[in-house]
Design a binder for this molecule. Structure first.
Ligand SMILES: NC(=O)c1ccc[n+]([C@@H]2O[C@H](COP(=O)([O-])OP(=O)(O)OC[C@H]3O[C@@H](n4cnc5c(N)ncnc54)[C@H](O)[C@@H]3O)[C@@H](O)[C@H]2O)c1
Ligand SMILES: C[N+](C)(C)CCCC=O
Length: 493
């Protein structure tokens, strides 16, 4: 057991064959922190090659059973898992807040999106089907949508529980098994998900958890019995994952980083545009892959927009993430805080004007916390580092623009392509602009909402493959074609 204050974390953190287990060869150990206080809340034993193999073998055995069930049978189990998550929402959200640092308010939303994801794929499981194709002479063909086998999920630390659900829900609905490795910074909540799957009735071993960092991830990616890798994380790691997958000809889904544009035209409803900009920048302390951190504002409303966004940002309650009215908690850890502050220092040197930066009170000012207040940078230009690089912190860059043509070109001038947004009252302009954006997830007159029915994923260096929506089924199944002859064989020989 580990504790933070009065909160108790269950150990061990590996999960295999339907139970928490000590990793067989978990030699290397790491501390797990509570970002808001800097306290060590747990010890993490990193899984070695043997433990990874055991987890994969356990998943392989469970796959044999699970893949033979009908879609409706799988659906019932996933629905039960969704029900348990809903029932335990507050407890899981508390785990997430303590281990990740995001506000409890937001963690609850993440957990809601998580059970909705399971419900959505439970709904699809019963209707996964192929096609029937008529051929000459009464012959015909059909396609079967079949699972891939043991899928690996590797997660980032910003949405630990939600990422695990976005990967496991479509994977399990399609009949696959999964071995999941969370980020070593946030190993706690995903073990709860594994327990919930077992309680809901999945075969033991269908969803296993291994813990660790680079080495454990590599053992997973190189394992010959792994059929697919779904990765969420940074671009440099995504490149390595793809290289490892290439060696085993394994399909990959890559959900990577971004530096997305949010375009605010002068005819927008100002209040909505300001709300959208806040949603696009400050959820999870700015540690969100699809954040619209390049906020392009049409010059006519630049002053009005800036004045309002400053006013609203000043009111954001930063502090203890477990308090009900906190809206921004702590960044994941001190090294990440230092990295973000490095970007801020550089931005202040490069930028024409820091529109607003606050002195934080409460936990944000404590030396052991990694809290940071939101920062707005005005008068930015496209060549600044803060505009080009993913900061992954609460930093909004405001960039003035004049014309639609100009802003579309500037918005697309990035190696990333995860998301984009546009605010305008002109519906034709809105559709024209999103059609021109080179990004996988576009928002019109809103930002960063997450209906699980909609596919999510990137263009360009932000990755490929899709999570959520019907589209994800394509990435967790394979198509078998069966050609049926109803007549005699006419041989050419
Ligand atoms: N597109 C999305 O859906 C999405 C969602 C969340 C985060 N992200 C991105 O993730 C990044 C932040 O997350 P992070 O710091 O955890 O990313 P990261 O790339 O450092 O790590 C991600 C995961 O990969 C593992 N890993 C690291 N090196 C590995 C290797 N060589 N082989 C196998 N596994 C390895 C880590 O242990 C972790 O579990 C940001 O760039 C963010 O934009 C993207
Ligand atoms: C739930 N959001 C806000 C759309 C974030 C998705 C995952 C990106 O980091």
């Amino acid at each position: 057991m580990s504790t933070t204050g009065t909160f108790v974390f269950q150990q061990p953190l590996n999960y295999r064959d339907g139970a928490r287990v000590q990793p067989l060869d978990g030699g290397h150990s790491e501390d797990v922190y509570e970002p808001a206080t800097g306290r060590v809340i747990s010890k993490l034993l990193c899984s070695g090659e043997k433990e990874v193999d055991l987890a994969v073998q356990s998943a392989k055995a469970a796959f044999k059973v699970w893949s033979q069930l009908s879609g409706m049978e799988r659906s019932r189990v996933l629905l039960e898992a969704a029900r348990i998550i809903r029932e335990q929402r507050d407890e899981i959200a508390t785990l997430e807040t303590i281990n990740n640092g995001k506000s409890i308010f937001e963690a609850r939303v993440d957990i809601d999106i998580s059970w909705q994801c399971l419900e959505y794929y439970a709904g699809l499981a019963g209707s996964l089907a192929g096609e029937h194709i008529q051929l000459p002479g009464g012959s015909f063909g059909y396609t079967r949508r079949e699972p891939l086998g043991v899928c690996v999920g590797i997660g980032a630390w910003n949405y630990p529980f939600q990422i695990a659900c976005w990967k496991s829900a479509p994977a399990l609905a399609c009949g696959n098994a999964m071995v999941f490795k969370p980020s070593p910074f946030t190993p706690i909540s995903v073990v709860r998900l594994a327990e919930i799957f077992t309680e809901a009735g999945v075969p033991k071993g269908l969803f296993n958890v291994v813990q660790g960092g680079v080495a454990t991830g590599q053992f997973l990616c190189h394992h010959p019995d792994v059929a697919k890798i779904s990765f969420t994380g940074s671009v440099p790691t995504g490149v390595k994952i793809m290289e490892m997958a290439a060696k085993g000809i394994k399909p990959v889904t890559l959900e990577l980083g971004g530096k997305s544009p949010l375009i605010i035209f002068s005819d927008s409803v100002l209040e909505n545009a300001v709300n959208g900009a806040l949603m696009a920048n400050f959820l999870t302390q700015g540690e969100v892959c699809c954040n619209g951190t390049r906020v392009f504002v049409q010059r006519e409303i630049l002053d009005a927009f800036t004045k309002e966004v400053v006013k609203r940002t000043q009111k954001i309650k930063v502090g203890d993430p477990l308090l009900e009215d906190t809206r921004m908690g702590a960044l994941i850890n001190r090294p990440h805080l230092d990295r973000v502050q490095g970007f801020i220092k550089q931005a202040k040197e490069q930028v024409g004007k820091v529109v607003w930066a606050s002195e934080c009170g409460g936990p944000a000012s404590s030396s052991s916390s990694s809290s940071l207040c939101a920062l707005l940078l005005g008068n930015c230009t496209d060549d600044m580092t803060c505009v080009k690089e993913e900061i992954f912190g609460p930093v909004m860059s405001i960039l003035p623009f004049d014309t639609e043509e100009e802003v579309v070109e500037r918005a697309n001038n990035t190696k990333f392509g995860l998301a984009g947004g546009v605010f305008t009252r002109d519906i034709q302009k809105a559709h024209r602009v999103v059609a021109a954006l080179k990004a996988g997830m576009c928002f019109i007159n809103n930002y960063n909402i997450s209906p699980v029915e909609l596919p999510f994923g990137g263009y360009k260096s932000s990755g490929f493959g899709r999570e959520n929506g019907r589209a994800a089924i394509e990435y967790y199944s394979q198509l078998k074609t069966v050609c049926v002859e109803m007549g005699d064989v006419e041989s050419v020989f």
